[in-house]
Every structure is written in structure tokens, then in C-alpha cells.
Design a protein around this ligand. Structure first.
Ligand code: FES
Length: 96
């Protein structure tokens, strides 16, 4: 994780910026499709970690996805659905 003090003048991407022209990002759609949230407390972090991964690795292995989520805790335990959502999001982006 990056402390905000180290960001300097670099661009920051927030979850709010993923939606374009009133349409959710395919990864956000995949989280809805897979019902990959319960209380939603962890969801923004999970989506942004998945988004960052897919920027670097468009077709990640399950191990890569799990590694990318390290440090993100879901108290509701919906990890399997989060994993499925990131896989679905990756497929959706590849077919775009
Ligand atoms: Fe509740 Fe993850 S959905 S903490």
C-alpha cells in the first residue's frame, strides 16, 4: 500500500472515476453479477485492487488474483465471489 504522502503529483484513480457516461466499469458490473459483496465495506478496495491487477495483467491466474488482494480483508467472507467477479471482469474486458 502507498501512503498518501508518497503520491506526490502522480495521478490517483478512485472508484468513482471508473464509471463512464453513466455506465459502470465492466469490473463493477462483474461484482454486481457475482453478488460479490455482502455489507459492501471492503468492496471499493477489492474492486480497485482488481482494477490495478487487470491494468497490469489482463488475464491473471487465480494465484495472481489472490496475491493482488493481499491486505484487503472481507469480514463477511465473500472471497470466492470476489474471486469469481475479478475473473468475470477480466473476461469482460478481454471481450470488449
Ligand atoms: Fe462485508 Fe466484504 S462484503 S466486508
Amino acid at each position: 500500500r502507498t501512503p498518501v504522502g508518497q503520491v506526490g503529483k502522480r495521478k490517483i484513480t478512485t472508484i468513482e472515476s471508473l464509471e463512464k457516461d453513466g455506465r459502470l466499469h465492466p469490473l463493477q458490473e462483474a461484482f454486481l453479477k457475482e453478488d460479490a459483496m455482502q455489507c459492501g465495506y471492503c468492496t471499493s478496495g477489492m474492486i480497485m485492487s482488481g482494477y490495478a491487477l487487470l491494468q497490469k495483467s489482463p488475464d491473471p491466474s487465480e494465484a495472481e488474483i489472490i496475491r493482488s488482494l493481499r491486505g484487503n480483508i472481507c469480514r463477511c467472507g465473500v472471497y470466492q465471489r470476489i474471486l469469481a467477479a475479478i475473473k468475470d471482469g477480466a473476461k469482460a474486458l478481454q471481450n470488449k
